[in-house]
Design a binder for this molecule. Structure first.
Ligand code: OGA
Ligand code: NI
Length: 403
């Protein structure tokens, strides 16, 4: 057995988790504190998007994005058969002999197809109880040839799933654009050539689930995530400082706002902390699709989202720049005593509040009526950024969900 993957260690029947997986006491799941379900995230019926109730559904989506950052959808247009197929293929993949799985192993986050474990084995101090296969999947023809070809129907089944999910994403992005008062195709146009990644997360049973995470609290760095989970609970989202379990509802998808959507909405919509816990009885599989802008897309609050009362919260940046920060944020210097704190990539791209730069941003908006896009805005951003980024870097606002 190699030491690279967790599945094989877990299957060997260990009674105690290795010390590298044990979280400090202040950063454990505290499962008895978690609220179970009586008031979970909203469930939205997408059927109405196609008819006279469209504006009603858009209102529901808008409220969910503002209040929860998360919602579930039914009547999403993806068949039970397809959902069954993708779950099966993931389950079969993680049951392949270790030597077969290891053919796709890599710990390099820039690889476009890779099997790995935990979160980022290069930079993290404590491991998480998860193996995952991560695939880039749009445009399909650029990536499919890299994917595993075992099980034999892997490429065909996954490609079909990706195409269907992309259709769903595009419909939801239109609804979200409208819900922000933007043109229906605003986000579609804004995110360049588009990018789509997916993961197959495998969380083996864990002999001591109270000491570790499947995935520790994080926000998703991309635009929007569409998550399919099997029937085993494990996903939790933070609401008003409390962790809420999102228990599986068969044949629904969970949709959450990612950091880029929070930026594009100038903080009106929330990219919310969430995490996955594990259990001692059952393995769990989840399949998130991460929809993203292309690497060179410039992201920042659109002028339509900025006015006197809502000054731009973020500077412009490229998604590539953001993504790199997301994967390497653990290497940023911390203030003393905050080693275990959760650093959010988002914080590095904020205009520092109450700085001269921030006040100038408000003044510019006020004087001009609206923040202008194009070269003026770009030049303006550069001025603020040269001072602003240095300040944000040396003193990021930190939130620690486990505290
Ligand atoms: C993720 C994620 C949750 C889950 O992969 O980003 O949040 O339930 N997964 O697996
Ligand atoms: Ni996530």
């Amino acid at each position: 057995m190699s030491n690279l993957l967790l599945a094989d260690l877990a299957a060997s029947g260990v009674k105690q988790i290795p010390s590298g997986y044990i979280r400090p006491i202040t950063d454990r799941p505290n499962l008895s504190d978690v609220q179970i379900s009586h008031d979970s995230i909203p469930l939205i019926d997408l059927h109405g998007l196609n008819g006279p109730s469209r504006s009603l559904v858009i209102k529901q989506i808008s409220q969910a994005c503002e209040n929860d950052g998360f919602f579930q959808v039914k009547n999403h247009g993806i068949s039970e058969e397809m959902i069954g197929k993708i779950m099966n293929i993931a389950r079969q993949f993680f049951k392949l002999p270790e030597s077969e799985r290891l053919k796709t192993y890599s710990d390099d986050p820039t690889k476009t197809t890779r099997l790995s474990t935990s979160f980022n084995v290069n930079s993290e101090k404590i491991s998480s109880w998860r193996d995952f296969l991560r695939l880039h999947c749009y445009p399909l023809e650029d990536y499919m040839h890299e994917w595993p070809c075992n099980p034999p129907s892997f490429r065909r089944d996954v490609a079909e799933y990706c195409t269907s999910i992309r259709g769903l994403v595009l419909r939801v992005l239109e609804a979200i654009s409208e819900s922000l008062g933007l043109e229906r195709d605003y986000i579609d146009k804004k995110i360049g050539k588009h990018g789509q990644h997916m993961a197959m997360n495998y969380y083996p049973p864990c002999p001591q689930p109270e000491l570790t995470y499947g995935l520790p609290g994080h926000t998703d760095p991309n635009l929007i995530t569409i998550l399919l989970q099997d029937e085993v609970p494990g996903l939790q989202v933070l609401r008003d400082g409390k962790w809420i379990a999102v228990n599986p509802v068969p044949n629904t998808f969970i949709i959450n706002i990612g950091d880029q959507m929070q930026v594009l909405s100038n903080d009106r919509y929330k990219s919310v902390l969430h995490r996955a816990v594990v259990n001692s009885e059952k393995e769990r599989i989840s399949i998130p699709t991460f929809y993203c802008p292309s690497q060179d897309t410039v992201i920042g609050p659109p002028e339509e989202m900025v006015d006197d009362d809502h000054p731009a919260v973020y500077r412009d940046f490229t998604y590539g720049e953001y993504y790199e920060k997301f994967w390497n944020r653990d290497e940023e210097p911390r203030r003393s005593g905050e080693d275990d704190a959760q650093l959010m990539a988002r914080e590095f791209f904020k205009l520092p509040e109450n700085s001269d730069e921030h006040r100038r941003s408000i003044r510019l908006v006020t004087e001009n009526g609206q923040l202008k896009t194009g070269s003026t805005c770009r030049a303006f951003n550069e001025i603020i950024w040269n001072g602003g980024l240095a300040a944000a870097k040396s003193r990021p606002e930190v939130s620690n969900p486990a505290a």
